[in-house]
Design a protein around this ligand. Structure first.
Ligand code: CP
Length: 317
């Protein structure tokens, strides 16, 4: 069975058949929730009530953590959450690896982990004998965000192949952009990137992305745009960032977005910093799907948990 007891570290872990299954299960769960208000017809709720998910968040999160908790709640899976090092034995000097090993030893059915990607932690995660879902890993991967972004695009487009998606902002430090790139190129999207040179990635995997320094030119090229937060917490000590210049040249706001097509989609994984990467009025733009992304995050994570824990009882079983 695809997904059953399997870990998800990267979107590359998933075949095209896996992706099709996950998106169809997520869409069905959305239909069930919006129609009946529950998922009892397609989920083994008896089995779900015996399952426990451990959420270990060693970096801050609002969307991803609550989204996994909401997904688990809708399925009837219990959650145990660690989200503050100060209230755990980490504050006494225990390592993150030992913390994870000890939580795993208590027997949760799945671990959902956000961490900074330190090698020691990755080794622990890969060695665990139970499924691990990567909930955001340093600057490298955020697979469930990429999946919810793809689901959101699929909701609005008949065909993803050929869709031109532009990332604006701090692409080099964004795990969302890296995960999205890997998934979206497999799905046939064309990728563009726009931002200050210091925030544009230099690695080979971005070689096919169209590069822009001018936001108006970039927005005229694309079909949809994904804003990204400036991740100053991940910048090196010598990385210079001129906030005023950045806002003037790269902020997505009603003025700059005049260059985007009428049926263009405005996306952002969140969190955004008001008046830096996105002006709040953009949320009222009819092209904005940022809250749809958040809603779809719950359905993607419900689908992933249901398949990983063997709870799915609907079609394609
Ligand atoms: N998109 C995202 O990962 O948001 P959080 O950091 O709030 O989880």
């Amino acid at each position: 069975m695809p997904f059953l007891n399997q870990s998800l570290f990267r979107t590359d872990d998933l075949s095209h058949a896996d992706l099709d299954l996950l998106f169809s299960v997520a869409a069905r769960l959305r239909t069930e929730m919006q129609g009946r208000g529950h998922v009892h017809e397609v989920i083994d709720t008896q089995k779900a009530s015996q399952k426990a998910a451990a959420l270990l968040f060693f970096e801050p999160s609002t969307r991803t953590r609550f989204s996994f908790e909401m997904a688990a709640a809708r399925l009837g899976v219990r959650t145990l959450t660690l989200d503050s090092a100060a209230s755990t034995s980490l504050a006494k000097g225990e390592s993150i690896s030992d913390t994870i090993d000890n939580v795993a030893a208590m027997g949760p059915d799945v671990l959902i982990v956000r961490h900074s990607g330190a090698l020691e932690v990755v080794r622990t995660l890969k060695g665990l004998k139970r499924p691990v879902i990567n909930a955001g890993d340093g600057t490298d991967e955020h697979p469930t965000q990429a999946l919810l972004d793809a689901l959101t695009l699929k909701q609005h487009r008949q065909e993803l192949k050929g869709e031109k998606l532009l990332f604006v902002g701090d692409i080099a430090h964004s795990r969302v952009a890296h995960s999205d790139l890997r998934l979206f190129q497999r799905l046939g999207l064309e990728i563009g990137i726009c931002g200050p040179e210091s925030m544009l990635p230099q690695t080979a995997e971005w070689a096919n992305a169209k590069r822009f320094s001018d936001l108006s030119e970039a927005l005229s090229w694309c079909d949809s745009v994904m804003g990204l937060r400036v991740q100053q917490e991940r910048h090196g000590q010598n990385e210079y960032f001129d906030l005023n210049l950045y806002v003037e040249k790269y902020r997505l706001d009603p003025n700059s977005l005049q260059m985007l097509k009428k049926d263009g989609l405005i996306m952002h994984p969140g969190p955004f910093v008001p008046e830096v990467d996105l002006s709040p009025e953009v949320l009222d733009d009819p092209r904005c799907v940022i809250h749809e992304q958040v809603t779809n995050g719950v359905y993607v994570r419900m689908a992933l948990l249901a398949l990983t824990l063997g709870l799915w009882g609907g079609p394609d079983k």
